[in-house]
Design a protein around this ligand. Sequence first.
Ligand SMILES: *[C@@H]1O[C@H](CO)[C@@H](O)[C@H](O)[C@H]1NC(C)=O
Ligand SMILES: *[C@@H]1O[C@H](CO)[C@@H](O)[C@H](O)[C@H]1NC(C)=O
Length: 157
Amino acid sequence: MASKIVFMCSLLLLISYSSQNDNPKTSNSTRVLSAAHTELTNYGLPVGLLPATTILGYAVNQTSGDFSVHLAGPCKITLPPDNYVATYSKKITGKIIKGRIAELDGISVRALFKWWSITGIRASDDNIVFEVGMVTAKYPSKNFDESPACEGRHSAS
Ligand SMILES: *[C@@H]1O[C@H](CO)[C@@H](O)[C@H](O)[C@H]1NC(C)=O
Ligand SMILES: *[C@@H]1O[C@H](CO)[C@@H](O)[C@H](O)[C@H]1NC(C)=O
């Protein structure tokens, strides 16, 4: 089915992205990370799931796990090899519990001229599992030890 092929392509993008970051830079980032980044680690998730950009604010309802993160502007990250783009909206919402984000809204990856929402992210052993609808793909979590920088005019400011 065509839709299945498209999903596989978008997952391949994520594979390209993580292999690019295999380059073992120091995991002790010199960037100053926001409280929202730290909050991710409190839930057993790596800081690299949020780009290194200005976080205007975030809120987590400890009871329900509902959260929202407000970025200073939309953030774009280009995924290799070429022209594959992932974006973070100014507002990202979802439900966070230990090791898992569900009902995610605000992070998309572009493949085959279409945007695909990443609907969930979870930690599983030493891997991070991304959910795009019903399809999942996992990558070593060490690829997300550092926050990626935003590109373009909405870069970190
Ligand atoms: C990161 O590096 C700084 C400066 O070298 C050091 O003070 C800090 O303890 C390091 N943090 C970790 C987690 O290694
Ligand atoms: C947090 O979630 C609980 C359960 O859904 C709800 O009852 C409560 O009103 C929420 N608190 C805030 C501050 O939204």
